[in-house]
Design a protein around this ligand. Structure first.
Ligand code: ADP
Ligand code: MG
Length: 407
């Protein structure tokens, strides 16, 4: 079935066509019809499978059809865990709804609230928001959600991880009991199920490939590289694939900064993205990456979760994640929609156990990328800048590693 065969507004179909969306993804195929029927939905599908459009298309269609005369208030709230996601998902709504009369606004903290209040007062249908700023505005009396038709919880697993459980319970006090609730998550656990069942009613449950959490259009490989040597291999890869886009995951923000500095010294331009960076700059960094102005993003786990950058070619796990689930989230930054992607992990001797945990979690052995001893040595010796005293630098890194702060 294609989008053109759907019983949705032609204004949406024309727009989907322009966006290059011809066929629904699995999750879209399964979810859209139930949402259009007015059912609550609880959906589990790996990252990169197109969950945003799975709720955005039917919600926009229903809002467009049921244009409430005279009422200018908010009819749908999409709650998301991070500001980056609020921005990203509001843009998807605006894009899909471009030809319709449905108005969407992305609300989040870290910016002045006056302009936001003006936008809300001018009337809008869909509010995509992080919990923090939403509750600020509710408590100040600037936000009325009492006539809501839809509540969408997106990236619900990350919401739980970031401690937003109580916020989700709290929003229920401000919205009507009679509503349609849509719950979307990339991973499932008992905790997430409990959360889901506290908000949805008689929900249709949809689960895509529950057994293998890793999206199927990603190739995985691991290379055994010692901690101290990782930067040279990264340099080597980034110089070898000059046309490609990379997202590089390091364990902590300190290691992110160091990696960026190390690449700068050898003439490879990268940018750091982590929670220690000011919000405005974080948006700018993502924009530069999306536009192609910068092609290598070095980041931590949390900063990149849920983020959709369709042009991502490679994920590099510069450090392996402590939590095997994060391996899946990281790799999911590539191979999105119907594109293919590649994930390469650097594994040091000290990280072998983490690798084993990841393989157990995903149920699949990761293919080993063999590096011959001679090649390995050559990469280490092949340093462009002879003044670059990496020995001293590495000693310093090792000393500082003990007192790093987490993300
Ligand atoms: P998820 O929320 O499941 O992680 P997203 O909603 O961010 O995934 O979508 C991942 C990518 O797939 C996006 O770049 C999106 O534009 C693309 N995409 C979604 N649906 C389709 C479709 N039907 N056809 C082509 N590309 C799609
Ligand atoms: Mg998503």
């Amino acid at each position: 079935m294609k989008f053109k065969d759907y019983n949705i507004s032609s204004l949406i179909k024309e727009q989907l066509d322009e966006m290059g969306f011809t066929k629904p993804t699995d999750i879209q195929f399964k979810a859209i019809k139930h949402i259009l029927d007015g059912e609550d939905v609880m959906a589990v599908a790996q990252t990169g499978t197109g969950k945003t459009a799975a709720f955005a298309i039917p919600v926009i269609d229903l809002l467009e059809r049921k244009n409430r005369k005279g009422y200018k208030g908010i009819r749908c709230v999409v709650m998301v865990p991070t500001r980056e996601l609020a921005k990203q998902i509001s843009l998807v709504f605006q894009q899909i709804g471009k030809r319709t009369s449905v108005k969407t606004f992305g609300l989040f903290g870290g910016v002045e609230q006056e302009q936001q209040i003006r936008t809300i007062n001018n009337g809008l249908d869909v509010l995509v928001t992080t919990p923090g700023r939403m509750f600020d505005l509710i408590s100040q009396g600037f936000l009325d959600l009492s006539k809501l038709d839809f509540l969408v919880l997106d990236e619900a697993d990350l919401m739980l991880d970031l401690g937003f459980n109580k916020d989700i319970q709290d929003i229920l006090k401000h919205i009507p009991q009679r509503r349609q609730t849509l719950f979307f998550t990339a991973t499932i656990s008992k905790k997430i199920k409990n959360l889901a069942y506290s908000v949805v009613r008689n929900a249709i449950r949809i689960q895509i490939s529950p057994k293998n959490p890793v999206a199927k259009n990603i190739d995985h490989a691991v290379a055994f590289i010692e901690m101290d040597d990782k930067r040279f291999f990264l340099e080597n890869i980034l110089k070898e694939y000059e046309e490609k886009n990379f997202i590089v995951f390091a364990r902590t923000k300190v290691r992110v900064e160091r990696t960026v500095a190390a690449m700068e010294r050898v003439g490879v331009k990268t940018e750091a993205l982590h929670g220690g960076i000011d919000q405005k700059e974080r948006f700018a960094i993502l924009d530069r990456f999306r536009s192609g102005e910068n092609r290598v993003l070095v980041t931590t786990d949390v900063a990149a979760r849920g983020i959709d950058i369709p042009t991502m070619d490679y994920v590099i796990n510069y450090d392996l994640p402590e939590d095997p689930e994060n391996y899946v989230h990281r790799c999911g930054r590539t191979g999105r929609g119907n594109k293919r992607g590649q994930a390469l992990s650097f594994c040091s001797t000290g990280e072998r156990e983490l690798l084993a945990n990841i393989e157990e979690y995903t149920g699949e052995e990761i293919e080993q990328y063999e590096i011959h001893e001679d090649d390995y040595k050559e990469i280490l010796n092949d340093i462009d800048d002879p003044t670059y005293n990496w020995k001293r630098l590495l000693d310093q890194v090792n000393k500082e590693d003990g007192k790093e702060e987490e993300w």
